[in-house]
Every structure is written in C-alpha cells, then in structure tokens.
Ligand binder design. Structure first.
Ligand SMILES: Cc1cc2nc3c(=O)[nH]c(=O)nc-3n(C[C@H](O)[C@H](O)[C@H](O)COP(=O)(O)OP(=O)(O)OC[C@H]3O[C@@H](n4cnc5c(N)ncnc54)[C@H](O)[C@@H]3O)c2cc1C
Length: 529
C-alpha cells in the first residue's frame, strides 16, 4: 500500500460530483468555499445532462404543493416518507427560481408564464421543461457557467474518488486518483465538510440508460466507511430504452407515451390495455415488467409514435429523434424498438432532512442519497426536484455548521489500492439475477457471484466500491419478501399490508450474503446510537 502522493486541504466543503446535485449545492453554498471534485467534466458528466422530461414543481395556477406531495406519496407505493414529500413539493418552486437566477431558461407560454407539461401519475401539469426534451443539457449548461464564474467555487476534474477518509468516526476527506497506470497520482483531499453527489447505480446493470460512470461508487464508498444505506433494493427500470444495442441505451422519454404513442409487438399487437386500465400510461414498474415478460416470451417490443406524432416528431422531441435517426430508424415512419433498462436508484446513502448521512461530516445529495422521497417508485421528474431542494438544504446546513478543520495526518485510515474497471461479469449478474423480476434462488446466486468477484478483485478500490453497492442491492432485495413498486419478487408476488423502508449497513449485507437471511435491518436512528 502506498501513501497519497500529496494532500490538498480545502477551506470549506468538498463536493464530490459535478451533476445537478453537486453544482447546485456548490452554488447555494457560495460565498462559503466549495471544491468540486469529479471524475467527469463539470456540466458534461453524470445523468443530469441527459435528463429529458424536466423538473416537477407545483407552479401552475391549478396546482398546489399538497397535490404534488399526494401524487409523490401515491407513486411511492407505501414506502415513501410523506413528511419529505411535503417538504420537497413545498420547496421545489424555489429551486426553479434559483435555477432561473443561475441562468436556466425554461419554455414559457406566450403570456410569459412557465410552460408546464404533464407526465404519467402527476395529477396536474407541473413539469418545467426546455425545448421539449432538453431540460438536463440546458440546466447543466447554465449551472456550469454559473459555477465557473463564482469565486468561492473551485473545480478539480478528472479525479476518481476511491475511498472516504475517516478519522475518529468523522469523514475528513476523500482519496482520489488522477490518471491511469504509471501516470496515476493519488491525492488525499481534506476539508471540514464532505458532500457526496455521485449519482446513480444504473451502470451496475448490463442494460442501462445511465452513463457508465453511474456505477454507485459513492454509495459503495460511504457503505465501506460504515454509513447506513436505505431502500437499496428499489431500482427503477425505464420501460422504453431504445433497443439498438448501444451501451448505455438511449431513452425514449415517457412524454412520448403521454402524447399517445403505443407499445406493440412485432405483429403490431398492443398488449398494455389488457394489463392495466391506464394502458401505456400505467405506472412505470407495471409497463417495464410487462415489456420484460413480452421479451422473455420471445417477442420484440416497439414504441409506435407514427399516429401520435408523425412528422411533428423531430420538432417536438429533437433529442430522441436524432438518436433514432443515428440508429437508422425514422420514428415518424417506423416503430422504435424498446426494452426496459436500469434507470434510477430510489435507494442510496440514508439521509435526514438536511442531507446528513449516518457518518458525521458526510452529507449526501441527489441520486446517491435516499431521503425517503421516492419510496418504492420515483414519480417522473421528481429526482431533479429533489436534487434542488436537498442541494439548498445541505448547503444551508454545511454553511451553518461550525466544523473544526481536520487534524493533521489521517491515521488510522490508509490510502486505497488502485487499479480499476467495472467487472463485466457483475453487470450481467445484476441484469439476469437482480433485475426487473427477482426470486430467492437467483438473488442468492447473485450474492455468491458478487462475493467471488470480490475475492478476485485483489482489493482494488473501484471494484470494492461497486461490488459493495451491488451487494447491498441484492441483499436488500433478498430480505424484502414481497412485491412493492419497482421491486418484484416472483416467489412473493403480493405486497405486505404495511411495507416499510429498509436500512442496511454493508456489514449487515455481508451477514445476509453469508446465508443469515433472517437478519432484519434496523432503523437508522438505532444505528446512529
Ligand atoms: C436518460 C435519463 C433521463 C432522465 N430524465 C429525467 C428527467 O427528465 N427528470 C428527472 O427528474 N430526472 C431524470 N433522470 C434522472 C436524473 O437525471 C438523475 O437522477 C439526476 O440527474 C442525478 O443527478 P446527480 O447530480 O445526483 O448525479 P449525476 O448527474 O449522475 O452526477 C454524478 C457526478 O458524480 C461524479 N462521480 C461519480 N462517481 C465519482 C467518483 N468515484 N469520483 C469522482 N466523481 C464521481 C460524476 O462524474 C458526475 O459528475 C433521467 C436520467 C437519465 C439517465
């Protein structure tokens, strides 16, 4: 094990991740200093830049935060935290105002009022959007420009964080690697406050809509340092990823079905109306499972937009149109081949209403956090809203805390071993055995495979992080013997009367993986004691 090549002390907060959650938190922290560290390029990395639909906020005259909260709680399938749903619904419009102040330009009505779209399971039109399907790219362009001109923000790009540095039970920094092979440099960044904004876990799966850097490293790092992880089993599969063999799979936004596009098999047969009264607009998990089953029966599935959109497709959904045309499909004239893909992680680092994790000095925000908002199923466009609301809350909490600078040295923590790469076998295992439908024997097999990959990893930090996250997802899925929201067990197809959230540490997941499957996760309050 070698020591870090150098140590960099940041004066305020380290914000790990430069997606919407990281950039927005850093901007809300100003003038409190923030050092943003990201493996990718600020404004161009993570899922944020790919977001299509937009951001949910009760901004219309016929809407209210209580209606938004009600829809969120209903989608969460009994697992969500209604207190958090109310808080996010109440504070989301302020987040939109902040984005406008930071330079984001949303679509507007001729009257000047924000134009609001309606998406599945929202009872009102409340999705703030940009040029139809360009919300993520436009918001990220505005936030990175604002961050670049904010004097309190410094950005270190191209650093992959590998391990949380913890001293006396408190997070004090992150070890991060710059470069590869012989040129690799290991740096210990230290600061009084550490904020994780590392995004989702989609790339743990072979078929995903997420960028390949969304591999759950933040969740894994926090878990390896002892943080409580909540609701890890709830992975949302988007029903309509465009199935042309690209990795990651591009997305055909839900809004297309909102406009009347229908799902058909290779013979043109519509199958959703027989499954759910809302047809193609049934909840996301129902549509994803139905498509999964059609494909498992040997069919191909297509999204047919010809009637609903026809020649207006290119103008109204330019991003999806360009993706299809690049793959040789003209969606105005031919149906689009689709398949479910890992899309969003409702679970993550357990967070309280200020984004505090169970480790002192470590906050979390965005998709890597589990606040309880989404429960078993995320309502479309609520993830960006959550990132804004919690970004502001984390910033206020961090800037308002009096935190001592870390002591010199960081013993007993040691630097991580460095090599890298996402094990391909892991992605296959997760898709096959911890995917849209699950059952006990397969989950046990997955946990066995993850343990073998761990032994083969040689202690490489990246592998240990992603494998820790995968283990938490599989162990939590094994523990939950019921079907609720995005978690479907073939061997337990019913929901319990009173489903609750799950909380696990990595140690508990390891006990489950070792065969002690009657172990019951405890509440985060007890774990904090
Ligand atoms: C195709 C697509 C469309 C979507 N559409 C919508 C939508 O319309 N509305 C909505 O609300 N949600 C949508 N979502 C979900 C939403 O985009 C994400 O939940 C959200 O953008 C996550 O933001 P984030 O800042 O938490 O993470 P990300 O934007 O993923 O950013 C993560 C950051 O962390 C960095 N990072 C990760 N690991 C490390 C590490 N080890 N070291 C250093 N840096 C690291 C990455 O480089 C990146 O900068 C969509 C998702 C996808 C994939």
């Amino acid at each position: 094990m070698r020591a870090a090549d150098n140590t960099i002390d940041a004066p305020g907060a380290i914000v790990l991740g430069a997606g919407i959650a990281g950039l927005f938190t850093a901007l809300k922290l100003a003038p409190f200093p923030a050092l943003i560290i990201a493996s990718g390029q600020s404004g161009h990395s993570g899922s944020s830049v790919w977001a299509q639909g937009g951001i949910a906020a009760a901004a219309g005259p016929d809407d209210s935060s209580s209606l938004h909260a009600q829809d969120t709680v209903a989608a969460a399938a009994g697992i969500g935290d209604s207190r958090i749903a109310e808080l996010v619904a109440r504070e989301a419009p302020q987040g939109i105002d902040d984005l406008i102040r930071f330079g984001a330009q949303f679509d507007r009505e001729p009257s000047g009022r924000l134009s609001l779209a309606r998406e599945a399971a929202h009872s009102r039109a409340r999705i703030v959007h940009v040029s139809g399907d360009r919300a993520g790219a436009a918001v990220m362009a505005a936030l990175s420009a604002a961050a670049a001109t904010t004097p309190s923000i410094a950005i270190a790009e191209g650093f992959e964080a590998l391990e949380l540095a913890v001293l006396d039970g408190r997070a004090i920094g992150v070890f991060a690697r710059h470069g590869f092979g012989r040129d690799a440099r290991l740096v210990l960044f230290r600061a009084p406050a550490i904020v994780f904004a590392t995004g989702g876990v989609g790339a743990l799966y072979a078929v995903t809509t997420n960028p390949l850097e969304s591999r759950g490293q933040g969740v894994g790092m926090a878990a390896r340092a002892g943080a409580v992880i909540a609701d890890a089993e709830f992975v949302q599969f988007h029903p309509t990823a465009i199935d042309t063999g690209r990795d990651p799979a591009p997305l055909a936004t839900e809004a297309l079905r909102g406009e009347g596009a229908v799902l058909v098999d290779e013979t043109g047969r519509r199958f959703m109306p027989a499954i759910h009264p809302a047809g193609e607009l049934a909840p996301r998990d129902v549509v994803a499972r139905t498509i999964h089953r059609e494909i498992a029966r040997g069919h191909r599935v297509f999204l047919d937009c010809r009637r609903a959109l026809g020649d207006s497709f290119g103008r109204r959904f330019p991003t999806v149109y360009a993706t299809c045309m690049n793959a040789g499909i003209d969606p105005a004239k031919a149906p689009i081949p689709v398949a479910p893909a890992a899309h969003y992680h409702m679970g993550g680092i357990a967070s309280d209403e200020y984004g505090r994790s169970s480790i002192a000095g470590l906050w979390c925000v965005g998709e890597c956090a589990s606040t309880g908002l989404h429960g078993a199923n995320r309502l479309a466009s609520n993830s960006l809203a959550e990132a804004l609301v919690f970004g502001a809350r984390v910033a206020a909490d961090v800037a308002g805390s009096t935190i001592a600078r870390p002591r010199e040295g960081c013993a007993p923590c040691g630097p991580p071993r460095v090599a890298s790469a996402l094990p391909r076998a892991l992605r296959r295992t997760m898709s096959l055995l911890v995917g849209v439908e699950r059952e006990e024997a397969e989950l046990r097999e997955a946990l066995g495979a993850i343990q073998k990959l761990e032994h083969a990893s040689g202690g490489d930090a990246t592998s240990l992080n992603v494998l820790a996250t995968a283990k938490l997802v599989a162990a939590a899925a094994l523990q939950r013997r019921e079907s609720v929201g995005a978690h479907f067990r073939r061997d337990y197809p019913q929901a319990s009367l009173n489903p609750g959230r799950s909380f696990l540490t990595l140690h508990e997941a390891e006990v489950i993986a070792a065969g002690c499957d009657d172990f019951v996760g405890r509440s985060p309050e007890r774990k904090r004691q």
